[in-house]
Design a protein around this ligand. Structure first.
Ligand code: SAT
Ligand code: MN
Length: 545
């Protein structure tokens, strides 16, 4: 005796009888939807087909609810302003839930709490769900988003289904992942890793409803006091409650592609990493692909879209945040970008720092928490000069002038934009076989003491270099101040299993049958006196080459 569910199939507004639609879906998906409907009690159910018409209908709905406003200066761009209490990933409320604690996190001797992830028992996770989810979607639509991480024709890709009560999440997932009917069709065929027909990662998401009163920001409902993000790697399940922002709610990204992904990769013998992928072609036309791991908001997007100043060099972008990679039959490391879009940090992006991003983001883009200009455009700190006569509204909707004491855009404000719009997107960025990787870079924000670049002696030393990474905290999560934190492999908030096992896994990649890539550590955030001297020296050397 569940709620009355009005079902919509695809973008049509004709209600379709519940059983006729749900019974068409693979059994595991049918069960997942039915269980979640019983728990969350939505008023409507909508299975997404991913079409343009469906997207237009959802954008209309978001405009009506004032979740987004149009940006008439650009083509098909919108601005969302979140609740000021829901602006970044919430690492302290993000948990890996396993039967045995040691499978999820390392437990340092003499301490009960490690720094590399939070663990919760499966029983406590069930309790957390029972305290938050019953009836949480009342009055809202539950959207069913079938999505693929990676190109649909790639054996490296994995499927997921996210259930969510946020239309903003649907529109963002449509940019960040491949969604819709094609994914449903693929769910009907056996999965490449031997998981059988209909295998997918289950992802349940609700923006929630505060227990003690009405939602504070009706245009951006959330429940910041009870936000929780749970991962069950033994069941390939994600459950996220209370936040509609970024990595907390676009569950294909950090939750699936990194936390659940790293745990699947551990089981299946490959690597899921927090890395950009780019191709560099030298003046002789020799092309090599490189992956690079930097923590969130440390310039992965800028590097992935670099315009080289060295004459004759060309950079092309495959991905800016996540890589799935494995050694092929010939021992060559190959990588795919499991994503379909860029969720990039806006502040600091300009014609000087990242002209390629500036040529990417002003079409078909959802901006969140940037400032708005009176001529229907966007503005953020570090963007190019303001045109005369234009006034600014800050990310919270208040008037703003350059003399204001608060920033115009939130430091973790983002653009969510289709990767295919990037003018230097690599010709092979969607290749089902991935691209061959020759080098791995590790780096972080280190204002002093760490050199510009050094190379690891060998694979083992390279793993050590990745493991000993540190970086200054950024606005991508809830950290205050600029403390230098350990951030091994730039994965500190994203490990899906015990870091000790993760290190063993990385070490086990080197076998007599494979060609391991070169490993380097880099740091272009150094600000101390020696830097200018070093830069002058390097420029002189390059000129002399
Ligand atoms: O909010 S996200 O996790 O998607 C972005 C990031 O922190 O890299
Ligand atoms: Mn990231």
């Amino acid at each position: 005796c569940g709620p009355k569910v009005h079902l919509q199939w695809a973008s049509g507004s004709q209600p379709v009888r519940k059983l006729s639609v749900v019974s068409l879906l693979p059994n595991k998906l049918k069960d997942f939807i039915e269980e979640s409907v019983r728990l969350c009690r939505p008023s409507n159910l909508h299975v997404c087909d991913g079409s343009d018409a469906e997207n237009a209908m959802l954008i209309e709905r978001l405009l009506e609810n004032h979740t987004i406003v149009p940006l008439p200066k650009y083509k098909n761009c919108f601005l969302a302003r979140s609740s000021p209490r829901d602006v970044a990933r919430v690492e302290s409320r993000t948990f890996i839930c396993t039967k045995n604690k040691r499978d999820a996190v390392n437990v340092p001797r003499g301490s009960t709490k490690g720094m590399l992830g939070n663990w919760m028992s499966l029983e406590d996770a069930d309790r957390a769900v029972a305290e938050r989810f019953p009836g949480c979607m009342e009055g809202r639509t539950m959207y069913v988003i079938p999505f693929s991480m990676g190109p649909l024709d790639s054996p490296y890709s994995k499927l997921g289904v996210q259930l969510t009560d946020s239309a903003y999440v649907v529109c963002s997932m449509r940019i960040m992942t491949r969604i819709g009917t094609k994914v449903l069709e693929k769910l009907d065929s056996p999965d490449d890793s031997g998981n059988g027909v209909g295998y997918f990662v289950k992802a349940l998401h609700s923006v929630g409803h505060p227990a003690d009163g009405p939602v504070q920001h009706p245009h951006w409902p959330c429940d910041p006091d009870r936000t929780i993000i749970l991962h069950k790697p033994e069941m390939d399940e994600i459950i996220s409650y209370g936040s509609g922002y970024g990595g907390n709610s676009l569950l294909g990204k950090k939750c699936f592609a990194l936390r659940i992904g790293s745990s699947i990769a551990h089981r299946e013998g490959w690597l899921a990493e927090h890395m950009l992928i780019l191709g560099v072609t030298n003046p002789k036309g020799r092309k090599r692909y490189v992956v690079a791991a930097f923590p969130s908001a440390c310039g992965k997007t800028n590097m992935a879209m670099m315009r080289p100043t060295l004459p004759g060099y060309k950079v092309e972008c495959v991905g800016d945040d996540i890589v799935w990679m494995r050694f092929d039959r010939n021992g060559q490391l190959r990588a795919i970008n499991p994503e379909f879009g860029f969720f990039g940090v806006a502040p600091g992006t300009s014609r000087t720092t990242n002209p390629v991003a500036m040529d990417t983001v002003f079409e078909n883009t959802i901006f969140t928490n940037v400032a708005q200009t009176s001529d229907g455009g966007v503005y953020w700190e570090g963007m190019d000069k303001l045109e005369p006569g234009v006034t600014i509204t800050d990310w919270q909707g208040n008037p703003w002038t350059p003399g204001s004491s608060t920033p115009a855009a939130h430091p973790n404000s983002r653009f969510c934009t289709p990767a295919e719009q990037c003018p230097i997107i690599d010709a092979d960025w969607q290749s089902p076989d991935g691209v061959p990787i020759d080098a791995i870079l590790f780096g972080g924000r280190r204002p002093s003491g760490v050199p510009l670049v050094y190379e690891a002696f060998d694979w083992k030393h390279g793993v050590y270099v990745g493991a000993s990474m540190k970086s200054e905290a950024t606005a991508a999560a809830e950290h205050k101040g600029k403390e230098i934190m350990h951030d091994p492999f730039a994965m500190r908030p994203f490990f899906g299993y015990n870091f000790g096992h993760y290190l063993q896994h990385w070490l086990s990649m080197e076998t007599p049958n494979v060609k391991v890539p070169k490993v380097f550590h880099v740091n272009w955030f150094r600000k101390d006196d020696q830097v200018s001297a070093l830069l002058k020296y390097l420029q002189a050397r390059i000129r002399g080459l």
